[in-house]
Ligand binder design. Sequence first.
Ligand SMILES: [Zn+2]
Length: 224
Amino acid sequence: MSFLRLIGDALLDRACFLCGEDSDTPICGGCRGDFRSFNGSINLADGGIASADGHAAFWYEGRLRQAVLQMKVRGEYRLADVLAGVLAQRSQEFTFETGTVFLPIPRFRDNATSVRHHFPHVASRFLAEMHRGESPEGLLTKVRRTRLQTEVTDAQRRTNLLGAFTLSTDGRERLAHRNVVLVDDVLTTGATLSAAANAVFNASPHRCSFLTLARSRATIQAGS
Ligand SMILES: [Zn+2]
């Protein structure tokens, strides 16, 4: 590594990822203060698919939206850790029974390496630790690539995600009679969470709810 690269990295480490101001943490206090809490619970009732209740920690806007886009589009893995920590901290305001199973919404073809810095997986681990639960990996898998909800017609929207998620045989056994919380980054239409919940219900859990970092105001324009 060159000297200049070393200096560059050192400088990067001391700047906020979002505003560029000096900061010892990847998101400075000022930017964190801009995150606006989302209050109240959300019910997903997507006719024909599963209905589930859950929470979102913040509104998907301003600095938080910038952070999520930077994390997803530019692959800035340190943001996944920081945002997972922010979600875990906020989750103290919600009640989860001991032994709750936190289940990340997987991507198509996730593997042991790709999930290391994938927000839903990191957040599930943090949440399990904080609420004395579990965050098993590989129980819920995404079996095919799906088109963004923004790219399909109204008629296709309902079927786009049907059958996109499946439980492993192990998953069916381990989720039976358990409290399951699906974990994701942004909730927009809720179609992804509904499809995942639909797969989880095959295991006859005691309850299946969800927790996301953010809730988007847009209903269909911004994704899943
Ligand atoms: Zn900042």
